[in-house]
Design a protein around this ligand. Sequence first.
Ligand SMILES: NC(=O)c1ccc[n+]([C@@H]2O[C@H](COP(=O)([O-])OP(=O)(O)OC[C@H]3O[C@@H](n4cnc5c(N)ncnc54)[C@H](O)[C@@H]3O)[C@@H](O)[C@H]2O)c1
Length: 355
Amino acid sequence: MPIAGLNLVPFISVENMMDLVLETGIDAFLVELAQYIEEDFRRWEHFDKTPRVASHSAEGVIELMPTSDGRLYGFKYVNGHPKNTRSGRQTVTAFGVLADVETGYPLLLSEMTILTALRTAAMSAVAARYLAPKNARTMALIGTGAQSEFQARAFRALLGIESLRLFDVDEPAMRRCRSNLADLGLSITLCTSPEEAVEGVEIITTATADKQNATILTDNMIGAGVHINAVGGDCPGKTELHRDILLRSSIFVEYPPQTRVEGEIQQLDPDHPVVELWRVICGKEAGRDRSDQITLFDSVGFAVEDFSALRYVNEKLKGSRHYTALDLLADPDEPRDLYGMLLRRQAWLRQASLA
Ligand SMILES: NC(=O)c1ccc[n+]([C@@H]2O[C@H](COP(=O)([O-])OP(=O)(O)OC[C@H]3O[C@@H](n4cnc5c(N)ncnc54)[C@H](O)[C@@H]3O)[C@@H](O)[C@H]2O)c1
């Protein structure tokens, strides 16, 4: 990275991130990011893994998501506050750091609100490539908030989805989603109920936000052979699917110790069988093996995916101008003279005030 001075750390603002994504192309960014995620899932066993550290309140959750592959370390700060949109705020915001394990020095500080939407969508599409019916072309998208267009684009770019059926309790949100996705050649139908949205589709994505055990999908709505990409149930007491659907599905998860607490499977016994997605990607376990099988990706979002996203962005920054250098790390001339640096600053300030 062309950055001088040990005090300086590349910082990717929201504006920088948008420019980086647009310069790459949204579809190309999703496809490349999916490759990084898949690469890291293939070396799953190399990662330090821990369920994210969550601080819950009545209105939402604030989480820290760390992981390391021994060479790089990454963490993300992320919140989830479903009521935030009423006060003009995002439900989910995030930022994160990638660091060099050898020195402990940060390599990158980045906005991750946009990056999280992209990585969640890329992750969903990676899972669907292993789990959805072959040549699926139709998807229902229930919950058309901030994540929705990213999901739609990832499924179009990575799976070839051609037809979308949208439902949201908020009609303007649905119309906005359709308008944002215009010009992509997708056939888009606005529906008046979740039942209507799932009619005849091969994939169902749920990305609603509500801090409760909601029932967005009931058992009678799920036909044989469907793949469910359940994104919105990602906290204790915050789920989207009726328990009966889970009992009929083959369930695939990111990291069981986290998903059993946060995912749809919090509704099941703690020993209910689930398959870790990395094992499917590595060919150690089957994904979809019957055309009438109901597959469920119980997505909650795991630290390795954010690590992959930061690792990808770090590579993309090489030769790029889409960052600013942030004076983040103290860098005294003599490393142990930290206090002396403070004194020199004090002397400089005094002199400046006299001048
Ligand atoms: N699994 C992951 O990795 C991951 C990553 C990011 C976000 N999420 C979760 O995805 C969900 C969506 O996030 P977002 O940023 O798009 O939120 P958002 O608040 O922007 O949008 C949520 C949408 O859901 C709609 N909705 C709420 N209840 C509904 C219902 N019963 N039926 C239909 N629509 C309903 C709302 O009207 C809104 O348009 C959140 O719950 C968030 O926590 C998960």
